[in-house]
Design a protein around this ligand. Structure first.
Ligand SMILES: Nc1nc2c(c(=O)[nH]1)N[C@H]1C(S)=C(S)[C@@H](COP(=O)(O)O)O[C@H]1N2
Ligand SMILES: [Mo]
Length: 196
C-alpha cells in the first residue's frame, strides 16, 4: 500500500520543512563577497554603535564580556542555497542594546571595506541576532567575515554583514548596499522577499 502513496508524495515528503520556498540545501558553506576580503587584526577590531544620543565602543574583550552564547541556526542565501543546523558562537544584540538608548527604529550595519545593509531594530532584538565570532566550532575565517560578523539568520544572509565594524541607528529604513541595487529592503526568506 505504501508504495502507491510514495509514488504520489515521495518527492514532496523529502523536502525538509525548514527549507524556505525556492531554496536548495547545501552541505558546504559557499563564500559570497562583493569585494576583496579586508585584513583585520582582531587586536585592533572595535565595534561601534552610533545613535542620536552618542557613541558606544567595545573592543573584542569588552564585547565578548557581555556574554557569549552558543546557537544553532539555519542560514538562507538569496542565491537559493540554505544550510541547516549551523553552530555559531557570539554575543546577542540584546546584550549590546541593554547598554544603548535610542528612539530610532532602524539600523544600518557598516563593515570594514564599505559594505552596508539596513535592518529594522525589531529584527535584531529578542534573540534574533548576534555579533558572531565563531562558526562550526572555529574562529570565523577572514573570507566568512572574521574576526566578527553580524548574524541575522531569520533574514536572507546578505543582512549578515561580514567584517562588521558597527551599527548606526536611523529614523527611516534607508537602503544599504544590495538594497540600493534591487534587493528587498527587509529580506524575509519565508515571504521570498528577494528583490523589489
Ligand atoms: N561585508 C560584507 N558582508 C556580506 C557580504 C559582502 O559582500 N560583504 N555578502 C553578503 C551575502 S550576499 C551573503 S550570501 C553572505 C555570505 O556569507 P559567506 O560568504 O560567509 O557565506 O554575506 C553577506 N555579508
Ligand atoms: Mo547572498
Amino acid at each position: 500500500m505504501s508504495f502507491i502513496t510514495r509514488g504520489f508524495s515521495g518527492r514532496r515528503a523529502e523536502r525538509d520543512p525548514r527549507l524556505p520556498p525556492g531554496q536548495t540545501l547545501v552541505g558546504d558553506w559557499p563564500v559570497l563577497s562583493a569585494g576583496p576580503t579586508p585584513e583585520i587584526d582582531p587586536d585592533d577590531w572595535e565595534f561601534v554603535v552610533r545613535t542620536e544620543n552618542g557613541e558606544h565602543r567595545w573592543n573584542t574583550e569588552q564585547l565578548q564580556a557581555l556574554g557569549m552564547e552558543d546557537i544553532t541556526v539555519d542560514i538562507h542565501c538569496v542565491t537559493h542555497w540554505t544550510k541547516l543546523d549551523m553552530p555559531w558562537r557570539g554575543v546577542s544584540l540584546d546584550r549590546i542594546f541593554d547598554e544603548v538608548e535610542t528612539a530610532h527604529d532602524y539600523v544600518m550595519a557598516h563593515s570594514y571595506g564599505g559594505y552596508t545593509t539596513n535592518v529594522p531594530l525589531e529584527d535584531l532584538l529578542d534573540g534574533k541576532s548576534w555579533i558572531a565570532f565563531e562558526a562550526d566550532g572555529e574562529p570565523l575565517t577572514p573570507e566568512h567575515g572574521g574576526p566578527a560578523r553580524l548574524l541575522v539568520p531569520h533574514l536572507y544572509f546578505w543582512k549578515s554583514a561580514k567584517w562588521v565594524r558597527g551599527l548606526v541607528t536611523m529614523p527611516d529604513d534607508d537602503p544599504g548596499f544590495w538594497e540600493q541595487n534591487g534587493y528587498h529592503l527587509h529580506g524575509d526568506p519565508w515571504q521570498e522577499e528577494r528583490y523589489w
